[in-house]
Ligand binder design. Structure first.
Ligand code: FAD
Length: 341
């Protein structure tokens, strides 16, 4: 069989990192990224990009921990390299605070992030409304620079990148041997996945360069995440809402909630409001499927549905998707050698 032609549909953090893993693990493949939108117009551009895992109820915890560990290890190496600033990857320390002690004092990811410990009394004095807290150091992606860095890496490894809206995965069957579906919330329409739904998130990106530590309320709704240039203030989780229009009342509410955690934010400037739709699902859809029509077959690998945690697990799920692509290639090679006999 000639060099397998692989199309990756989608250019958010999942599509770009999956294409990169495929190109790295299968150098003989010809990899192409097809997407109707690229940075800065994807959901991935809106994200805060913090490596704090979201829990997928339908995925075993040991699998989620492996995805997170692989992602953390990969980005930690970048943060320690001369690429860190261009890739927008940096370490950030801070606090997760709770009004009441949580049932699970040690989350599954506590030994993957760095220096996880209960907050001291002195630290808790900063948060008079909270009784318990965890301090740790994690990684943060500044999302648009990271997406551009991934695109640059892809081009350097010979991956082709084209703007194209795909109406039906089958339309790619005559041009590609394998298709990888990384369309995020777009998969709802593209493959009619009714289990996939949006959780709308509104955030503010502000100029407040004195804020150096992250602060996250344990309920996950209110957070302050400092990036290299701007601080992300959040947020909202509106299940089932498809609206991409900012809501001014929500903007004021987010700002007030963040100021109650960090009063100095009252001096923040240049407030920009962004909205994104988290591609949410009971579990990430990471699986092979074979489409067939009129006796022809098209192997597909799905990798979408990362909800609120796509950045936290992207490298781990990309590696697994690349492994599934390897299985598709082996199956294709097996059937083409059987056909020659
Ligand atoms: P997307 O970024 O949406 O990319 C999908 C791609 O597919 C796009 O390029 C799109 O154009 C393309 N596409 C779709 N349909 C088609 C089609 N038919 N044909 C061609 N192309 C198509 N995660 C974290 O880990 N940490 C955080 O701190 C964090 N903060 C967040 C804050 C907010 C407000 C939001 C909204 C999300 C946050 N997330 C966070 C979640 C994270 O953003 C997502 O999990 C992640 O971006 C999903 O990436 P994706 O590549 O699957 O989707």
């Amino acid at each position: 069989m000639a060099a397998p032609k692989v199309a990756v549909v989608g250019a958010g953090v999942i599509g770009l990192s999956t294409a990169l893993c495929i190109a790295e693990t299968c150098p003989s493949c010809s990899v192409t990224v097809l997407s109707d939108q690229f940075s800065p117009n994807t959901t991935s551009d809106i994200a805060a990009g913090m490596l704090i895992p979201h829990t997928y109820p339908g995925t075993p915890i040991h699998v989620q921990k492996q995805w997170f560990t692989e992602t953390f290890t990969y980005l930690f190496a970048i943060s320690n390299s001369a690429e860190a600033s261009e890739a927008g990857i940096h370490l950030v320390s801070g606090w997760q605070v709770f009004k009441n002690t949580p049932e699970e004092e040690l989350p599954f990811w506590s030994d993957v992030v760095l220096g996880f410990r209960p907050m001291s009394e002195a630290e808790l004095q900063k948060f008079p409304q909270h009784r318990f807290g965890q301090a740790f150091t994690t990684l943060k992606c500044d999302c648009p620079p990271y997406l551009l860095w991934l695109e640059k890496r892809l081009k350097a490894t010979g991956v082709q990148i084209y703007t194209r809206k795909v109406a039906d995965l089958w339309e790619l069957h005559s041009e590609y041997n394998i298709v990888v579906n990384c369309t995020g919330i777009g998969a709802h329409q593209l493959v009619g996945d009714e289990k996939l739904f949006p959780i709308r998130g509104q955030v503010l990106k502000v100029h407040a360069p004195w804020v150096k530590n992250f602060i996250r309320d344990g309920d996950g709704l209110t957070y302050i995440y400092p990036g290299i240039h701007r601080v992300t203030l959040g947020g909202t989780r509106e299940k089932g809402s498809w609206s991409l229009s900012p809501n001014p009342g929500t903007t004021k509410d987010i700002f007030d909630r963040c100021c109650s955690l960090e009063p100095s934010l009252r001096g923040a400037q240049d407030i920009k409001v962004k909205v994104g739709l988290r591609p949410s699902r009971w579990c990430v859809r990471l699986q092979r499927e074979v489409l067939s029509q009129g006796g022809l077959k098209l192997p597909v690998v799905h990798n979408y549905g990362h909800g609120a945690g796509g950045f936290s697990v992207h490298r781990g799920t990309a590696k697994e998707a690349a492994h599934l692509v390897g299985e598709c290639i082996a199956a294709l090679q097996g059937s083409s050698s059987r056909a020659k006999l």
